[in-house]
Write a protein that binds this ligand. Structure first.
Ligand code: SAM
Length: 282
């Protein structure tokens, strides 16, 4: 017994299914079920929610989510070796856990989920960042999710919650804070994981706002911000010149000095610039 449920401890699950961690899949497992239950609570209130979990691995966070009362969990896992272990979890929680074997970057889980939906994941950081940007930039808002509770390298988590003027302020901060409320709810040392990664990690909780803080087209805002921060030390006049032939006028319309640098620019001003670019292209 493991403390939060009647299933075996995760070390035994890993040994029984020979789930040696694979670096190529970014596998750093959480084995402390009290910790995974705490992360699950950070995603709460679970009983009314369907939870989309990406990368369940041997099922530590999955069990935390189920033990904390999630109505249903839909878990997408790329590593086939983990599926039998997850099926044992599904059998212990009849009708509440469905597992899809596949790549989360390719599978569309929406048809299997009933709102309200929350997302929870402990993923390799490159996959996590790619999914986060996708979840933040659909054309229509509000999105399919009410909240995202995601583990990142601490340095990436800091980029998501960064304020203008700080070194970590950039594309992730703008896209996250434009349409969501983002905060770091927990930090974890490398030793919380097996095997331990090189750096500390942090859990970020994002709540979808009913509407974006400022109007802008998501694709154009993404393009503006990607270019602006691609050469963050350059003046915006130079880094954004490929956006439009008359970028200086568009910057001025948005209240931005052409000699400013990206990290000084507020979210509101970036949204104004995205609107000017859109109007000028029409
Ligand atoms: N959630 C488990 C935990 O907390 O112990 C495992 C976390 S481990 C950091 C990341 C998990 O994501 C692994 O099980 C890995 O196989 C899975 N994974 C990696 N890339 C994936 C992808 N593209 N789609 C779905 N799962 C993926």
């Amino acid at each position: 017994m493991s403390g939060i449920d009647d299933l075996p401890p995760l070390r035994d699950v890993i040994a029984a299914h020979d789930l040696r961690a694979r670096k190529s899949l970014g596998q750093n497992f959480l084995l402390d079920l009290n910790l995974t239950a705490r992360i699950a609570r950070a995603a709460g209130p679970l009983p009314e929610m369907d939870i989309l979990e990406i990368g369940p691995g041997p099922g530590g966070l999955t069990r935390g989510l189920l033990a904390e009362g999630a109505r249903r969990v839909l878990a997408i896992e790329k590593d086939r070796r983990c599926i039998p272990a997850l099926e044992e979890v599904a059998a212990a929680y009849p009708g509440r856990l469905s597992v899809i074997e596949g790549d989360a970057l390719e599978v569309d889980p929406l048809e299997h989920l009933t709102p309200p939906v929350a997302v929870a994941a402990n993923l390799p950081y490159n996959v996590g960042t790619e999914l986060l940007v996708r979840w933040l930039t659909p054309q229509a808002w509000p999105p399919f999710w009410q909240s995202l509770t995601l583990m990142f390298q601490k340095e990436v988590a800091e980029r998501i919650v960064a304020a203008p003027g700080s070194k970590t302020y950039g594309r992730l901060a703008i896209l996250a804070q434009w349409r969501a409320e983002a905060r770091i709810v927990m930090t974890l040392p490398p030793g919380a994981f097996t095997p331990p990664p090189k750096v500390s990690s942090a859990v970020v909780h994002l709540t979808a706002l009913p509407e974006p803080r400022f109007p802008a087209d998501p694709k154009i805002l993404e393009e503006v911000v990607a270019r602006a921060f691609n050469q963050r030390r350059k003046m915006l006049r130079a880094s954004l010149k490929g956006l439009h032939p008359d970028i200086e006028t568009l910057l001025e319309e948005a209240g931005i000095a052409p000699t400013d640098r990206a990290e000084q620019i507020s979210l509101e001003a970036f949204c104004a610039l995205a609107r000017s670019v859109q109007a000028a292209r029409q």
